[in-house]
Design a protein around this ligand. Structure first.
Ligand SMILES: NC(=O)c1ccc[n+]([C@@H]2O[C@H](COP(=O)([O-])OP(=O)(O)OC[C@H]3O[C@@H](n4cnc5c(N)ncnc54)[C@H](OP(=O)(O)O)[C@@H]3O)[C@@H](O)[C@H]2O)c1
Length: 291
């Protein structure tokens, strides 16, 4: 029987992934590893760890593990590493693949909605402002949020990740470059603004997209609803409702008042599920079925 390991079992994503594994129908054996455990040879290892740790672990496991799925941003933009959302680009995993990256949570929700339009509309420019949940920052940030005097309590903080020399945050740069790679649109212009808000779970984004032709709102809603794990609703939907759900929700779709090619909408989705553990579980399912 194939063995699948969760490395970083004590973190937020590791714990969610353990629960997600219950949904996999193909039989396999689960192994879990914390920081102090020796990792045994595995068929698949999911690294639920942060950047420097993931690179060290991937190197250590190179000859011990057939497939590595990494949740961190460490390898996402490397040319030979597929950056995979199974609803969008499963074909980027081939028999030669060893390392697979799972995308940034905010980017995942965004590209789910834009991939749904493929074949009919191509986005030329994408602006988004994010309202990102505390759980997206891992267990330490969640502890900080609940501690007295937290900066994040009853607040919104316009910095996620580190500020780069060009003034962008590292989270904003992920939104640009990961979107281009996943949608295979190397020239699409992405204008991100990322903000942490006092919401415990589920990320939201206000999105403005300029399309290659005038927008037909009914067509866009139809395409979003035909896309797996995505739902458009004319109701108002909030992160509270998206929490614990596998669905990425879109609402408030409207055409720009000045430009018929421009649409505006709101999305919300569980960052720990579709933004992380559910996406990893789907990649593991794909690997177990296909290879
Ligand atoms: N949270 C999200 O919504 C989200 C979404 C998408 C992607 N991600 C990415 O997923 C990864 C995990 O995020 P998270 O939110 O779960 O962070 P987290 O709550 O901080 O958990 C990270 C875990 O990794 C463990 N760890 C570190 N080095 C290790 C090692 N060498 N061996 C085994 N375990 C090790 C830590 O162990 P200790 O408990 O001993 O410190 C901790 O339990 C990060 O790269 C993050 O960027 C997170």
């Amino acid at each position: 029987m194939k063995t699948v390991g969760i490395i970083g079992i004590n973190g937020m994503v590791g714990q969610k992934l353990l629960a997600e594994f219950q949904k996999i129908k193909t039989p396999f054996e689960t192994k879990t590893f914390g920081r102090k455990d020796d990792i045994t040879p595995l068929d698949i290892a999911v690294l639920c760890t942060d950047n420097p740790d993931s690179r060290v672990l991937a190197q250590q496991l190179k000859d011990k593990v057939r497939f590595i799925v990494d949740m961190s941003s460490e390898f996402r933009l490397e040319k030979d590493v597929p950056l995979v959302i199974p609803e969008i680009n499963p074909q980027t995993i081939t028999a030669d693949t060893h390392l697979i990256a799972s995308p940034n949570c905010t980017t995942t929700g965004l590209v789910m909605t834009l991939a749904a339009l493929r074949g009919h509309y191509t986005p030329l420019e994408i602006f988004f402002c994010s309202y990102q949940a505390i759980s997206g920052g891992g267990k330490k940030l969640l502890e900080d949020f609940h501690a007295p005097g937290s900066l994040y309590a009853n607040n919104c903080v316009p910095q996620i990740g580190s500020i780069q020399p060009n003034g962008y945050t590292s989270e904003e740069l992920k939104g640009i470059f990961e979107t281009r790679k996943i949608l295979d649109l190397p020239d699409v212009k992405v204008y991100p603004h990322t903000v942490r808000v006092a919401v415990e779970n589920s990320h939201s984004l206000g999105v403005t997209a300029k399309l290659d032709k005038p927008a037909d709102l009914d067509e866009i809603k139809k395409r979003m609803n035909a896309f797996p794990n995505l739902k458009y609703t004319d109701d108002i939907i909030t992160p509270k409702q998206a929490s614990g759900q596998e669905t990425t929700y879109a609402c408030r779709l409207r055409r720009d008042l000045y430009e018929p090619n421009i649409i505006h909408y709101f999305i919300t989705f569980d960052n720990l599920l579709k933004g992380a553990a559910m996406n990893a579980r789907q990649i593991v399912e794909l690997l177990l079925e296909k290879f």
